[in-house]
Design a binder for this molecule. Structure first.
Ligand code: CA
Length: 131
């Protein structure tokens, strides 16, 4: 008669137990693999080190899993979490008070416009270099 080692808890499997006729086998949950010397134990797979994670920018291994993350100026793609998308929206906040800048003066208005264009060009150049 077969003894179900899994049901009687004698298998000592760390994660998953499969009863077989006259014996049993252990296996591991996704993100883990069987320990090379002790087949009842499970080791974490370092998905970042073996490049299974396929993170486009940054990869952090964790026990049983891994996380992809993105550099500043990028955000995780919602449909493919290994991909980073450049943040397209640039929010430029500034306050101009009448004491600082006389916007009724044509020369001052042109100077402000020039500075804003330089600022926009610099921001675009920085974003391009990151790719
Ligand atoms: Ca892992």
């Amino acid at each position: 008669m077969d003894i179900d080692e899994c049901a009687t808890n004698t298998s000592n499997c760390e994660q998953v137990c499969h009863n077989t006729i006259g014996s049993f086998t252990c296996s591991c949950l996704p993100g883990y693999r069987i320990n090379a010397t002790n087949t009842s134990r499970c080791d974490d797979i370092d998905e970042c080190a073996i490049n299974v994670a396929n993170c486009q920018q940054s990869c952090t291994n964790s026990v049983g899993s891994f996380t992809c993350s993105c550099l500043p100026g990028f955000s995780i793609n919602l449909t493919n979490p290994s991909v980073c998308d450049a943040q397209r929206k640039v929010i430029l906040r500034f306050t101009v008070v009448s004491e600082d800048v006389d916007l009724t003066n044509q020369q001052v208005r042109e100077k402000v416009l020039q500075n804003l264009q330089v600022l926009a060009r610099d921001k675009t150049a920085r974003t391009e270099r990151k790719r």
